[in-house]
Design a protein around this ligand. Sequence first.
Ligand SMILES: *Cc1c(COP(=O)(O)O)cnc(C)c1O
Length: 357
Amino acid sequence: MRKHIFNAGPCKLPDSTLENVSKAVIEFGNTGQSILEVSHRSADFQAVHDEAVALFKEVLNIPEGYHVLFLGGGASMQFCMVPFNFLKTKAAYVNTGTWATNAIKEAKMWGEVEVVASSEADGFTYYPEFTIPSDVDYMHITSNNTIRGTEIFYDPTSPVPLIADMSSDICSRPVDVSKYHMIYGGCQKNLGPAGVTFVIIKDEMLNHVVEGRMIPTMLRYKTHVDKESMYNTPPCVNIFGVKETLKWIKEMGGVKVMEERAIERANAIYNELENSKVFRPVVKEGSRSRMNIPFLLREGYESLEKEFLDFCKTKNIVGVKGHRSVGGFRASTYNACTMDDVNALISAMREFEAAHK
Ligand SMILES: *Cc1c(COP(=O)(O)O)cnc(C)c1O
């Protein structure tokens, strides 16, 4: 039986992705080969790659003048590639939690980092306001904070190239891509299986590469732009999975529909948390992510953590344990999550509450 999956990443994927990847693993089209075996240089695989890029551009409404790359290394590799390529003297970052902190740490290896805003003093429970300086090489934000559960709901206007880590909210809502010089993320949260990273990069950004810096070939964006992600062997089966998920997003009605679904799911869970006698929300109103919803036990009930997790297991609910760095619980409600999943969680919370209050 299929579980109600609230994993933070890798995460629940649409049934059609699972079915079509499975089929392609056995036989990829009419090639007489598995997607695991076929050459990445073959016309058949090239078509998969090209369709993934085309679907991404269509679904997210990516304007002309941008490249879509599918790379290895995870979003964490981008934390170092971004400053390696673009940080000459100073860059600006917003510190909104673990992932932003990791990105800042890498950037400091190449230059000065100005942290223009941080919600650290309040346990990263809200998305801080910030102004973008005009004397920096670029500005970096983390649009959705997977561990803390905060999200920014607008596309900032920036006087310098704006770069966003959208690992965990990509394609969950419309984005004005033209506001960004680069958007990147691990695909394993909203787009497909783990093992492939997307990079949406404005061609003009390549003019911002630090002149004269020795950058290893694999860590240069220009390498991957010039070779359309085929400089080396790309993660083929993962790209196939991303293509299938993008196809599903399009068939469902696109990112606008993804957003409506996400709002419905998040509202239902947050309503429950507000009204529960046993559980409570963590994140302040206005910053509440629709993708990751952390919650805690209310005062007097704190000792019931393990008991609730065990109870969830009996209800076929998985993945609600909070990140090891913060504890408590977290429901990750990415694109493929359904109201059926959400209702199962809410019923479990109510049943648990009735048994304990
Ligand atoms: C998961 C995550 C990362 C790290 O991604 P990897 O692909 O595991 O390197 C970075 N940023 C955000 C916002 C994430 O959610």
